[in-house]
Ligand binder design. Structure first.
Ligand SMILES: Nc1ncnc2c1ncn2[C@@H]1O[C@H](COP(=O)(O)OP(=O)(O)OP(=O)(O)O)[C@@H](O)[C@H]1O
Length: 867
């Protein structure tokens, strides 16, 4: 490392020499050891002495020293102190490198060895330290001769800036004499630092250029001041020792000039003497040096010659040794290159470490700033917290006081409660005693009860056993009864069937009673219907009469309650419809007071809804369905007529134009069954055709609102379906008529509150219904004369009531208590109707064979015992 530094220094020395700066090579310097001496303590001490505020520690490292010097202030201060006025300072604002440059310029000016700016910047401190040591040595040598410094400087400035002629002349003389160079050569050969004796050289053009304008006034001053006294002062001082030889020659020239001009006299003579003495001293010193140098050279020459001789003997030795030496040399070279490489690497590492250090310094600075900031924030936060703590302390103290008050209060309360609980516990103890005695008593009673319950348990078990036996016996009995009941039901169903057949044979008119539900807005509390039996019994009550007298029992083929659906009602009607296709005449009519549900049963409230379809539509739908099923055996034709009897006039409801046309009625049923032959006959092929016709008919029907029904039918509507069927096998033809009649509402005129046309309508309706009653009465009495001709209605129904037709009447009832009297009269009428015997129904078959008649006879004979 040491050698490396020395080499580097050597390189720098060469470099600076090339630049024109006079920085000696390390080997030129006075004592190699002094240069590379690592001990910087004396230097630090000197610096502290020079700049007291510096206060550097004696053991300071090179790096610390570098940091202290890098901004150039210390260097400039030292220079200013040592050589005032040499550096012109412009204050602290000047950048560090500029200050260092100034210091270096001053060093140059003084002719002292110096470092380059890069050395101190890159931390290469050897030349820097050497420079400072030289500066120190220089001034130590001069023993702090302050006055001399000034005089020397003045003198130097004077010489520099004095008339060119004089200067050049002096230089010329010195050069011609070769003294100057000789002296320099001696100094160098002696190893004495050149700077010690060197003077600022004119080889430093920048210095000269720098200095010249400044020194001009000084030069004038000097010319004026070069009085005898001044020269005397200069002479008195020992400063001439430090003045360069060239300067001395210049001075001699000057003195000589002056002596020619006889200006200075005695003074110049003394000065001249002194100058000559110095020059003589120097020459003698240099001569001695030369002698020493010669001796040194001769010693060295001898040494080298002996070495050469030794090497020659070695060279004359074996070649093997040479080879070994060469190989060793080679090895050493390799090692050297390796060491050099390592050094380079180390240098790079050093640079990197320096960079890292710089970086970490920056980071350290940033961290320090952050720390300060955090500290500030923390302090602020601390102050806030302190304030808060004070506040909360005050609050807590207040709260503590309150709590203490509360505590004393609660202590008092606790005392009170303690005394209260003491008195209570005494009471409880007393009660405990009482309860204990009661419990004892109760436990005794409980034991007794247990014994009793045990005996009861035994008894219960006994009873249970006997009960089980009885239960089993009853089960057997019950199953017998259930079997009997089942038999009873089947017998009952059989009976009903037989009853119907008997009725069929008798030709009784079937009567189905249907009770409509209460309508919206009607109160359900007051109903006349007391009971609806399964076998057609109906019990009605008179709301004004209590007890048994108020009840009346009626019996019909079937009674449908308010909840019965349209389908339920039709299911019991269906067998009659089937017989139409077998050639029977069937008449179904609805009878009842206004608003009791006649139209609802026959037509239905809404034809668009299948569920609401009434008997009319369901019957026709069924007819088409059955005819379709039988189409392989029978070919059926279906025709429909629809008329109404309004105010004793028969009107065609399906006629396009002739709804006003009065139609005649045939008194006796014709073979084709047409009672109103002039009414238009419409051939229908499907249920849809029927639906359309019925809609037309319903729309044409005369209707109006009454007090009892908001849409009352004011006429009797008669829908007649004519069936003509031909047996495809036998060719026999049959005719069947189905009359579906919706009678106008029977009503009491006073109740319906009608007048005028409506009254006339009501009177006609009532008259025709009573005519119907009369006919039915006559038929029931089996009177020889039946008054069919009393009304159009009875005329139209003649074939259905008197002939061998199957007839069904729906008796419609309004359950409202207000309608009790109408309900009873309707029921009486229906009772009478149900008693009518029309005789066995007969099929309208043409060309019946004997076999068929025989079958019918057999059937009649078989069914007789059942009746
Ligand atoms: N079984 C029933 N279920 C529900 N509503 C019914 C029932 N029967 C009748 N109604 C309702 O009672 C009201 C009267 O019925 P509807 O018009 O059929 O009586 P009506 O006897 O034909 O009267 P009118 O003789 O004045 O023509 C209607 O609003 C009808 O919808």
């Amino acid at each position: 490392m040491k050698s490396q530094k020395a080499r580097k220094l050597g390189e720098n020395g060469i470099k600076d020499s090339l630049n024109g700066n006079h920085i000696p090579h390390v080997e030129e310097k006075e004592g190699h050891e002094a240069m590379v001496d690592g001990n910087i303590e004396p230097l630090v001490e000197w610096l502290n002495h020079m700049i007291p505020y510096l206060n550097l520690p004696l053991e300071a490292s090179e790096e610390e020293l570098r940091r202290c010097l890098i901004d150039g202030t210390v260097l400039c201060s030292i220079m200013s102190k040592l050589n005032p006025g040499l550096i012109e300072m412009r204050g602290n604002t000047e950048p560090g490198p500029e200050k260092i440059k100034k210091f270096l310029a001053a060093m140059d000016e003084m002719g002292l060895p110096r470092f380059v700016l890069a050395d101190i910047q890159q931390g290469y401190m050897v030349p820097v330290l050497q420079c400072l040591r030289t500066l120190k040595a220089h001034f130590d040598y001069n023993g702090g001769k302050e006055s001399f410094q000034n005089h020397s400087r003045k003198l130097w400035n004077l010489l520099l800036t004095n008339s060119k002629g004089v200067h050049q002349q002096a230089e010329g003389i010195a050069r011609s004499k070769g003294v100057h160079q000789q002296a320099e050569g001696i100094a160098r050969s002696k190893g004495v630092h050149r700077s010690v004796i060197s003077e600022p050289s004119s080889t430093f053009p920048h210095d000269a250029a720098h200095k010249f304008p400044e020194e001009l006034p000084v030069k004038q001053g000097f010319c004026a001041d070069l009085s005898d006294s001044n020269i005397l002062d200069l002479m008195k001082s020992n400063g001439l020792d430090n003045v360069s030889t060239r300067t001395l020659f210049s001075l001699v020239n000057r003195i000589l000039d002056d002596s020619f001009e006889r200006k200075t006299g005695q003074i110049q003579h003394i000065l001249m003497k002194k100058v000559v003495q110095v020059i003589e001293q120097r020459f003698s010193f240099q001569a001695e040096n030369l002698k020493d140098q010669n001796n040194l050279y001769s010693i060295h020459t001898e040494k080298y010659q002996s070495k050469i001789r030794a090497l020659e003997t070695l060279a004359s030795g074996t070649t093997k040794e040479i080879e070994v030496l060469l190989s060793k040399l080679q090895q050493i070279k390799i090692e050297k290159t390796e060491i050099e490489r390592k050094e380079k690497v180390e240098e790079l590492d050093l640079i990197r470490l320096k960079e890292e250090k710089n970086h970490s310094d920056i980071e350290k600075l940033a961290l320090r700033q952050e720390l300060e900031l955090a500290k500030k924030v923390h302090e602020e936060h601390y102050l806030i917290l302190e304030a808060q703590a004070k506040e909360s302390k005050v609050e807590l103290e207040k709260r503590l006081e309150e709590l203490e008050c509360f505590l004393t209060e609660s202590r008092n309360k606790v005392k009170e409660l303690e005394s209260f609980s003491k008195s209570k516990s005494q009471g409880w103890k007393k009660k405990e005693g009482t309860y204990c005695s009661v419990i004892n008593y109760q436990s005794k009673a409980l034991q007794e009860l247990r014994a009793a319950s045990e005996s009861i348990k035994h008894e219960v078990l006994k009873t249970k056993r006997s009960y089980l036996e009885n239960f089993q016996f009853l089960g057997v009995k019950l199953s017998t009864i259930a079997n009997a009941a089942e038999n009873y039901h089947s017998v009952l169903a059989e009976n009903r069937k037989l009853y119907n057949e008997v009725q069929d044979l008798k030709g009784n008119i079937r009567v189905y009673c249907r009770i409509r539900p209460f309508l919206q807005g009607q109160s359900k509390k007051q109903t006349t219907i007391q009971h609806i039996g399964e076998n057609g019994e109906l019990v009605v009550t008179n709301p004004s009469k209590q007890g048994k007298d108020g009840h009346r029992l009626f019996k019909f083929n079937k009674v449908f309650g308010p909840t019965a659906s349209q389908e339920n009602v039709y299911l019991d009607t269906q067998p009659l419809i089937r017989s139409v296709l077998d050639g029977y005449n069937v008449c179904i009519f609805a009878y009842g007071q206004t608003g009791s549900g006649k139209t609802y049963t026959m037509s239905g409230p809404d034809l668009s809804s299948k569920e609401d379809w009434g008997v009319n539509y369901r019957a026709l739908h069924d007819l088409f369905q059955i005819s379709q099923n039988r189409k392989s055996c029978f070919a059926y034709e279906v025709g429909v007529q629809m008329v109404e009897i309004y105010n004793e006039q028969v009107r065609d409801l399906l006629s396009n134009n002739g709804s006003q046309k009065r139609l005649g009625i045939w008194n006796a049923a014709r073979p084709n069954g047409l009672a109103v032959p002039d009414a238009s006959m419409h051939c229908v092929k499907s249920s849809t055709d029927v639906l359309e016709l019925m809609n037309i008919g319903l729309m044409n029907r005369a209707m109006s609102a009454t007090a009892l029904n908001e849409r009352s039918s004011r006429s009797h509507s008669v829908l007649t379906v004519h069936i003509r069927g031909m047996d495809l096998e036998t060719g026999a033809v049959l005719h069947g008529n189905l009359h579906l009649i919706d009678l106008a509402g029977s009503e009491r005129v006073d109740r319906s509150e009608v007048t005028g046309d409506r009254l006339r309508e009501a009177q006609h309706i009532n008259r025709s219904l009573s005519a119907l009653g009369d006919v039915i009465f006559a038929l029931a009495q089996k009177n020889p004369h039946v008054p069919y001709r009393n009304s159009k209605l009875t005329q139209v129904l003649q074939s259905s009531l008197g002939g061998q037709a199957k007839t069904l009447m729906f008796v419609q009832l309004n359950p409202d208590a207000d309608s009790y009297s109408e309900t009873v009269s309707t029921l009486k009428f229906a009772e009478r109707v149900s008693g009518i015997e029309l005789g066995a129904a007969r099929s309208n078959k043409e060309g019946r064979d004997v076999r068929e008649l025989m079958q019918q006879a057999c059937f009649l004979i078989k069914s007789k015992p059942c009746s």
